[in-house]
Design a protein around this ligand. Sequence first.
Ligand SMILES: Nc1ncnc2c1ncn2[C@@H]1O[C@H](COP(=O)(O)OP(=O)(O)OP(=O)(O)O)[C@@H](O)[C@H]1O
Ligand SMILES: [Mg+2]
Length: 362
Amino acid sequence: MTGLVLKDIRKAYGQVKVLHGIDLEIKEGEFVVFVGPSGCGKSTLLRMIAGLEDITSGEMYIDGQLVNDVPPSKRGIAMVFQSYALYPHMTVYDNMAFGMRIAGENKEEIDRRVKSAADILQLGPYLDRLPKALSGGQRQRVAIGRAICRDPKVFLFDEPLSNLDAALRVATRIEIAKLNEQMADTTMIYVTHDQVEAMTLADRIVVLSAGHIEQVGPPLELYERPANLFVARFIGSPAMNIMPATVTATGDVTKIKLKDGSEVTVDVATPASEQGKAASFGVRPEDLAVATGDDFLFEGKVDIVEALGEVTMVYVQGPVDEESVVVKLPGIVAVKKGEVLRFSADKTKLHLFDAAGQTYRR
Ligand SMILES: Nc1ncnc2c1ncn2[C@@H]1O[C@H](COP(=O)(O)OP(=O)(O)OP(=O)(O)O)[C@@H](O)[C@H]1O
Ligand SMILES: [Mg+2]
């Protein structure tokens, strides 16, 4: 049985095209995270799955059933939004029970489901409270609890934690991870701007840009083998350093020349036709280190040092480009502004993209 199938899904508001043909299969019980820049169509896609937006063209199946014309209430879907709209005059218990009462569910079943949701989300002690007597994180948990009570086949989240402070985000993220374990058969689709949420919660991440899918895959696959420059820049924080380069030798490994004249060998194969062509060289901040020997990738002047305790971010003035290169060093490192340093890279973790921004395959 398949959870969800999207076939060439398109969306236009009048003349404005927002989604340009989304093809995606989501397995039953899978946790899929949508990421992408603001305005790329994440919420629109989620709302179309929920049935809150019309599908302009294409086909959507839930559990094998074509749902294009099925109303939201008949799709077996629950959605949790960024802003939790709780009824202020109702207790936590009643907020969670409300939907089931409207649906005419019997009292025992309502009580069983509310207690079970409260149990999962550790809301037991708050069932008699009004929303105003809860913290932001507790309120968002009530909103999630209300959705659990509907016993959905598919659970949709649109940036559910973005209104919470840092500590609450972490705590609630862990609640959602537990929820996902306990509701193993429930398919979950989750929109976020937060890298950590995407990397830790997802079975697969879908990277969207300007209304189309750039890449779909498990988090570490996207991190280690981004399909193109867009995904390379989007996954990982701080973003991958990208430097312009020229291909100087092709074959099983590729030699490139950076703007400062330095030559780098990258362990990817390129066809002879790439000889002399423009390319982009990529290296993640965490794959760079202060060079100990003569073998270094580049030399540069330290511009800014950010000591975060667990890591030290070093911004190096454009060794090969105008943009500064970011280096992420573990722990506390005694590096000073103005110092000229040499940096080496983990050779197995260099990235190379062709002139069109596609990754050369390893
Ligand atoms: N009702 C509407 N009429 C016209 N355009 C709309 C409408 N709703 C959304 N859009 C446009 O569709 C595009 C996608 O919007 P959407 O809300 O899906 O983006 P998003 O990826 O969720 O962004 P964010 O990360 O900021 O939440 C945007 O350019 C937006 O302006
Ligand atoms: Mg949105």
